[in-house]
Design a protein around this ligand. Structure first.
Ligand SMILES: [Zn+2]
Length: 261
């Protein structure tokens, strides 16, 4: 599941492969950009903002992509086989002398004038892994909706950007807080935000997402996707339920003993 750390790592790798070099080919497999050709133009930077990726081209264009549920970018050397999915799932290809960058299953692929980047990311709260990280501002935004449930509020990218369903569930377990607790009933929002940021931070340089400290299959997480199985701390069956208003509702996971309401 792409969360802020996944996008951060994709941005860093793409920046390393593409930045500072002219594109030798581009191929947009989305109808609205089918005729666009960026060959000859130079990628100047690739940066992440929460779960959004901004690929800056020359000084006037930005390619905005978003991963949503299962999008991804893959890097290949010329001639290497592509393995990110079937060819029909490719949305965009950017190529230079050394690399092919292939975007799979990206639900958002749009080209923006550079001065309109804010149309794509201006609504976001402080980026958990970004240079603009601001703990106090994230807490201020969360606190502004006192009757909202914390599990729902942490996923709202307008409060803080980068946390997805996995880190939300794991953060609240580690903080011993029910995802159903109202913001107004939480003493230390800052502790939750710091915990979430730390989990993303320690996972940012690799593609796996471990919150237990145990990087073995089936042991990576405390409660995420463990509904019905015993809590690793107390043995109570982990519960799951949908939370939030449709269409943004997500399945949340919690231990009713460790995280009392
Ligand atoms: Zn428990």
């Amino acid at each position: 599941m792409p969360e802020g750390d996944t996008v951060w790592l994709a941005g860093r790798r793409l920046h390393g492969a593409l930045a500072g070099q002219p594109l030798t080919r581009s191929d947009f497999r989305v109808p609205q950009l089918a005729t666009v050709d960026l060959s000859g133009r130079t990628v100047t930077a690739v940066v992440s903002r929460g779960k959004h990726l901004l690929t800056r081209v020359d000084d006037d264009l930005t390619l905005h992509t978003h991963f949503r549920m299962d999008g991804s970018w893959h890097l290949y050397r010329h001639g290497d086989p592509w393995h990110g999915g079937p060819a029909w799932q490719v949305r965009v290809l950017l190529e230079n002398a050394g690399w092919q960058a292939v975007g799979y299953r990206l639900p958002v692929v749009e080209l923006l004038p550079r001065d309109r980047e804010s149309d794509a990311v201006g609504h976001l709260g402080p980026d958990v892994l970004g240079p603009d990280w601001d703990l106090d501002e994230a807490v201020r935004r969360l606190a502004a909706e006192p009757v909202r449930e914390i599990g729902d509020a942490l996923l709202d990218q307008r409060n803080l950007a980068g946390i997805g369903n996995l880190y939300k569930a794991e953060t609240l377990f580690l903080e011993r807080l029910s995802p159903w607790r109202h913001i107004a009933d939480i003493d230390d929002l800052g502790a939750i935000v710091r915990r979430a940021r730390r989990l993303l931070w320690i996972n940012r340089e690799h593609p796996w997402q471990v919150t237990t400290g145990v990087n073995r299959r089936g042991q990576e997480h405390w409660v995420f996707e463990r509904a019905g199985r015993p809590c690793r701390r107390c043995g109570t069956a982990v519960r799951s339920a949908r939370q939030g208003a449709a269409p943004y509702d997500r399945v949340t996971y919690w231990c009713p003993t460790c995280q009392p309401q």
